[in-house]
Design a binder for this molecule. Sequence first.
Ligand code: DP6
Length: 360
Amino acid sequence: MKQTKENTPDSGIVQWESPSNIALVKYWGKSDIQIPKNPSISFTLQEAKTITRLEWKRKNTSRSQVEFDFLFHGNEKPEFIPKLEVFFSRIIEQMPFLKNYHLRISSENTFPHSSGIASSASAMSALAATLVDMEMIVNPSSKTDQEDFRIYASEISRLGSGSACRSFYPEAAIWGQSSFSGTSDRYAIGLGDHLHPEFHGYRDAILLIEQSPKAVTSTAGHHLMEENPYASVRFSQAQENIDRLLVILKKGDLEEFVKLVEAEAMTLHALMMTSDPGYILLHPRTLEVIQHLHAFRKDTRIPVCFTLDAGPNVHLLYPEKYTIEVEDFIKNELIQFCQDRQWISDRMGEGTKKLSSSTK
Ligand code: DP6
């Protein structure tokens, strides 16, 4: 291994994967920089993920900005560069060593970009994990244990995309100051054994209703909350919903879970509709799915509920033991509302994971 005078490798590669997550109590509204107006809780997903490879080479000159190339599925993507530049400008104070290296970032998703699946969550959490891992290699005195690694990487990823900070943990995570011990506005923590066994292995069937890029980015949507007339009521409601959801998750109360999760989804879209300008991000087929779902739940008493992100796609959340019934229902009744009959059978996952590393 070629080593510098600081005795660290000149170049190296690390590769990580990180999943998306689905919020139950939504993050919608923030202040600078990426500080949420209310806490949020999410389930970590498994199949919808980003795989990111970071290759670094030491440079002889140090610039004030981070120098990087970015490839997405092997192609240059100029439209992603401004977001990455903003991200690097925000993290450079915490990660000044980055100025000494040239970075090559190659990333791929297991799902369509801008499909309404939180692609920024998986992308930014995977990237943050590679950067923190690189720091531990080029700056060995920064070695951290697994929990510190997650908290640090969660904080770094938040500066790229708020929801990304919740993707690091197995099963479920909470971000934002709340009654739950250890929570912070700067990073997320895992809910750990707070979760009742009813929720282990929870399923998320993601119905891809319309895959055209979103009419409004979530960043722009967050800013619309600054002038939204219902904002302050929403922020205190979210605090109450966090407390309610924590009790529900602890007790395994599926009936209350269904009510709260659907109310949160509808509130998110009500907030968008009541912003100035107002946005309708739901598609008529989203409403068809919701109506069919409600009829199915009434008939079968299976506790399957829907949630939504800032887009038209529908996430169906349900306990693992009903997988056959719910997947049959999707194939028989709901698939007609999905664009190109596409849906993703996802479930609760383990969070961010290291795939490989090497140094020279
Ligand atoms: C509706 O994390 O995408 O999915 O911080 O501006 O990158 P930025 O926004 P982002 O917002 C996600 C909003 C949401 C709800 C949620 O995931 O909590």
